[in-house]
Structures are given as structure tokens and as C-alpha cells.
Design a protein around this ligand. Structure first.
Ligand code: GDP
Length: 296
């Protein structure tokens, strides 16, 4: 699971604080210095780290935390609350349109896990008795359509495709119409990614967005790429106006920098995390649970 390094280091700082009957301002400063280093080593964006530490210090000193009966515990509580706030505070749920099908557009760079996540979402929705249509709008990556068809067959879920010669905008539109015809609850459009952000890809995504008017535009990013993932999220958000981020491969991410920075940097919430290759390895993202997991 993610955050091993960060978690270990923060827990050791917190243990020291908890053990103290009295916490001086110097103790707090020293603890915050260690927290700061731990966050930087976890590849959290440095501006995010700075404002996080400032807030914790301000609250810990300002609210007479240090003079309380259990100062160590109180500081830990503040750190926990601020970590939760950093990751978005409240859980940000998947939208459900009042006028089905709810249209979800999946975007992201190649290899981030877009197609896999589309399948995972179908599985997630199935568990809530909701049915989806998968739409194969990635006509550039040779195996993408086939990959989606295999996923669909595994999940007992229809896949809409017009092959790789048709305009992705047309595929997306016709896919949505098909989902409506079939009275499905969701339509999940798997769009094309590239190795790097490029204008042609963005223009195509914008055209799809304009025609389809999705309820959700979910960016799929690879947590293991750390601050690169955050930069990618920033770019996609400013170009497309994302409604949420899915952070994949958190199972392999020992640092956790992306999970801790995405919301603070982009203002865009993480809605789900991917924790493995299988279709059931997707979880809604709960900032409070994640903070508690990190602090142990
Ligand atoms: P796309 O190009 O964005 O559509 O990426 P794919 O969906 O084809 O995924 C690329 C690779 O990442 C595949 O080998 C997936 O099995 C793998 N993958 C996707 N999500 C996760 C995840 O959450 N954890 C792990 N470990 N692997 C993942």
C-alpha cells in the first residue's frame, strides 16, 4: 500500500509528541521540521508543504493546544484534520444525473490506466445495481478497442464501438444515444490518450466534451509518477475543466506525493483510487480515512 515511507516517518514524529506530558513551542517546531522533511521526501509539492506546515503551526500555537492537558494528542489531531483537508476534506462522490444516462468521459495519458479504470467503474456501478455502456472512442491505440471488448465481455457489459476509422466525436455521440435507447444508467466513454499532453489530443477531447456534455470528466493519472501526475492534472483541468481525478497504481506508490498534492494544487477532487490491476481494485477516495491510515 502507498505511503509506507511517509507513514513511518510521521508516526515516529507523532509517537514522540504523544509521549510528552508538556509540549513546548520548540518541541512543536522540531516536530514540524520533521513533518516538513517527511512530506517533501514523499514528493509532495513544496508550496503545498509550506502552507500545510504554516496552518498546523498556527492552529497548534493559536488555539492553546500546547497548554492543553494532552498537548501531544492535540497536535496529532490538528495534523490529522489538516491532512484530511489537504486531500479534499469530504468525500467527493460520483455524480448521478437526474436525466440518465449519466455521462462519464474518461481522459488521461496513455498507460495511466484509463481503459482498466473504465472497466473498474462498471464493476463498481454493478455493485450498486447500475448498468453501464462502455464506449470505445480511442481509435488510435491499436489494442484499445479490443481491450475494452474483452473487459466488457468479462463484466457482462455491452461495449459500443464503430471500429477505428470513425471520428471519436461521432462514436461518443452515438454511444450516448445507444445508452439512452437501452435505458442504461451510465455511459462511460474511453477516450484516446497520448504519451504526453498535446494540443491535438486536447482539441479532440474538447470536441467530444462539447458534443456530449458529460456529467463527469474524470482524469486518470498514475500515482507513481508523483509530481508529474499533479502537473498533468493541472493541465487537463485548465484545458477541460475536470470534475474529478482517479489516481491509479496507488498499490505501487510508496511515496504518496500525488495523492497529497492533487487537490491542493488543482482544486480538483480525487474521486477514486486504483489499487491493483483487477476490476475490483477500485475504491472511492475518503480523505479522512486516508489521513488516519497515514498517521496510523
Ligand atoms: P490506458 O492506456 O490509460 O488505457 O491504460 P491501461 O488501462 O491499458 O493500463 C495500463 C497498465 O496499467 C495495465 O497493465 C493495467 O493493468 C495497469 N493498471 C491500471 N490501473 C492499475 C492500478 O490501479 N494498479 C496497478 N498495479 N496497475 C494498474
Amino acid at each position: 500500500m502507498a505511503f509506507e515511507g511517509l507513514s513511518e516517518r510521521l508516526q515516529s514524529v507523532m509517537r514522540k509528541l504523544r509521549g510528552k506530558g508538556k509540549v513546548t513551542e520548540a518541541d512543536l517546531k522540531e516536530a514540524m521540521r520533521e513533518v516538513r522533511l517527511a512530506l517533501l521526501e514523499a514528493d509532495v509539492n513544496f508550496k503545498v508543504v509550506k502552507s500545510f506546515i504554516d496552518r498546523v503551526k498556527e492552529r497548534a500555537i493559536g488555539q492553546e493546544v500546547l497548554k492543553s492537558l494532552t498537548p501531544g494528542q492535540q497536535v496529532i489531531k490538528v495534523v490529522n484534520e489538516e491532512l484530511t483537508a489537504l486531500m479534499g476534506g469530504e468525500q467527493s462522490k460520483l455524480v448521478q444525473s437526474a436525466n440518465p444516462p449519466t455521462k462519464i468521459m474518461m481522459v488521461g495519458l496513455q498507460g495511466a490506466g484509463k481503459t482498466t479504470t473504465s472497466g473498474k467503474l462498471v464493476r463498481y456501478l454493478q455493485k450498486q445495481n447500475r448498468r453501464a455502456l462502455l464506449v470505445a472512442a480511442d481509435v488510435y491505440r491499436p489494442a484499445a478497442i479490443r481491450q475494452l471488448e474483452i473487459l466488457g465481455a468479462d463484466l457482462n457489459t455491452p461495449v459500443f464501438s464503430l471500429g477505428d476509422k470513425e471520428d471519436p466525436v461521432v462514436i461518443a455521440q452515438r454511444g450516448v444515444a445507444k445508452a439512452k435507447e437501452e435505458n442504461l444508467d451510465y455511459v462511460i466513454i474511453d477516450t484516446a490518450g497520448r504519451l504526453h499532453v498535446d494540443q491535438e489530443m486536447m482539441d479532440e477531447l474538447k470536441r467530444i466534451r462539447e458534443q456530449v456534455e458529460p456529467d463527469e470528466i474524470l482524469l486518470v493519472v498514475d500515482a507513481m509518477t508523483g509530481q508529474d501526475a499533479v502537473n498533468v492534472a493541472e493541465t487537463f483541468h485548465s484545458e477541460l475543466g475536470l470534475t474529478g481525478v482517479v489516481l491509479t497504481k496507488l498499490d505501487g506508490d510508496t511515496r504518496g506525493g500525488a495523492a497529497l498534492s492533487v487537490k491542493a494544487v488543482t482544486q480538483c477532487p480525487i474521486k477514486f483510487v486504483g489499487l491493483g490491476e483487477k476490476t475490483d481494485a477500485l475504491e472511492p477516495f475518503y480523505p479522512d480515512r486516508m489521513a488516519s491510515r497515514i498517521l496510523g
